[in-house]
Design a protein around this ligand. Structure first.
Ligand code: ADE
Length: 232
């Protein structure tokens, strides 16, 4: 079973690579993919670069070139739901694209013909995450994640995204990875640790908490890998 682990930025995958031995490096389509063994699992790890286009490219490459059959995403997000504080973990139940807009033609926000507003994460992986969280006494919230090609540092925009999509958190890659995995029938799990509240302090908070929140997300990915390794 080949498992893909994606992040968007080097800081998001570095804590994962650091825990692996005998990591091999592969270059493809202007990106670097790392392979390693973890228990009985074959891992492919990469950061995509920020945004929907780069993350879709990386997800598709992992599936088509590296044979990934389960996809995990580890990284940081801005909180919309006020219950989510910096460092908290959220697993996406479903994801949407908050910046996709052809409402001029009467369609809802986040929708294009033959697409869907929400792409649902794999229930089995969410269950595995819940078991891993319980076992390690880690608080893992579930919720809707909204994705767009914008760093949101604006309370009004954040509120609009929250109200329009009932979203709990926002980031810049998850829904793109979800669309690619859904199209290829690859089960996926998008995990984020909160780095900021997508408000006027977001830029400052993001820089301050990128490392610590990325590390929390990465640590939980290993709890999930342990669970997957034991159950498969
Ligand atoms: N990822 C982490 N924080 C974010 C924010 N405020 N906007 C977009 N993506 C993010």
């Amino acid at each position: 079973m080949v498992i893909g682990i994606m992040g968007a930025m080097p800081e998001e995958i570095d804590p994962i690579l650091k825990r692996l031995d005998d990591v091999q490096k592969h270059e493809f389509a202007d990106n670097v993919y790392y392979t390693a063994l973890y228990g009985s699992l074959d891992l492919v790890i990469a950061y995509s670069k920020i945004g929907k286009v780069f993350s879709a490219l990386t997800a598709a490459t992992m599936i088509e070139k590296f044979g990934v059959r389960k996809m995990l995403f580890s990284g940081v997000a801005g909180a919309i739901n006020p219950e989510l504080k910096i460092g908290d973990l959220i697993a996406a139940t479903k994801l949407c694209q908050h910046d996709l807009d052809i409402t001029a033609f009467g369609h809802p926000y986040g929708y294009v013909p033959e697409g869907k507003v929400y792409v649902e994460a794999n229930p089995r992986l969410l269950e595995i995450a819940a078991v891993a969280a319980n076992r390690q006494d880690i608080r893992l919230k579930r919720g809707i994640i909204a994705t767009g090609d914008q760093f949101v540092a604006n309370a009004e925009r954040k509120e609009w995204i929250g109200n329009t999509f009932k979203a709990d958190a926002l980031e810049m890659e998850g829904a793109a990875v979800a669309v690619v995995c859904d199209a290829s029938d690859v089960p996926f799990f998008i995990l984020r640790a909160i780095s900021d509240a997508a408000d006027m302090d977001a830029g400052f908070d993001f820089d301050a908490f990128l490392h610590s929140s990325s590390a929390k997300s990465a640590e939980f990915i290993f709890a999930m890998l342990d669970e997957i390794d034991q159950t498969q």
